[in-house]
Design a protein around this ligand. Sequence first.
Ligand code: ADP
Ligand code: MG
Length: 236
Amino acid sequence: RKRDVDDHEKLEKAVQELDIKSEIKDFSDLPLSQITASGLEASHFKTLTDIQSKAIPLALKGRDILGAAKTGSGKTLAFLVPVLERLYRARWTEFDGLGALIISPTRELAIQIFEVLRKIGRYHTFSAALVIGGGDLKQQQERLGRMNILVCTPGRMLQHMDQTAAFEVGNLQVLVLDEADRIMDMGFQSSVDAIIEHLPKGRQTMLFSATQTKKVSDLARLNLQDPEYVAVHEAA
Ligand code: ADP
Ligand code: MG
């Protein structure tokens, strides 16, 4: 479909030409797919928060991100929008397997991320699932191989990587660690290290937390490539 090809090329060009220093105020000022833009609009998101306007342009360009901003500042969209766009621009389909993995320290936070993903991603055709402890392991195993985006907690994710035969992560485009400081504080460092060991190195990685992420960037196998530090501090 020629029009589809044209749209993708236009979007790719707009992302390349996006000036990361320009102050983006509204989602409509960003080079986004119409599908994501419509999902944001339908979810009543119009103006970007500070962390979003700092992180999203860089993330759209494929940069690795170490983001820090306090709770409630809008970090979820700061990574979900780039995740959707990365897969869209890669023309990801249901047959391409796992494209994005989002790791969260707790089940509750994973559920919240998943709900936001379903809201803003409502017009996309990607398959997405929650992989959290307490869910039915067998049922999760059967669906996992067909998923494009997973939101998970570290323990359950690692269990699947070790036990689920049909689970392929070799195509992964984006890894997100949300609340990375809490993931570390809660003692998940070795689980996360083990998960990362399974993942391809060419991927994009984004870390977000409420505090400075220095400790987190020590993660042995994170393989961050020239990461961009993005922080929003409270006004004095
Ligand atoms: P954080 O992860 O930094 O704690 P969240 O992503 O959970 O923050 O967002 C906190 C609240 O702000 C949520 O209720 C969310 O819907 C709202 N929010 C996030 N981004 C925007 C935005 N651009 N415009 C309006 N509300 C937003
Ligand atoms: Mg959050």
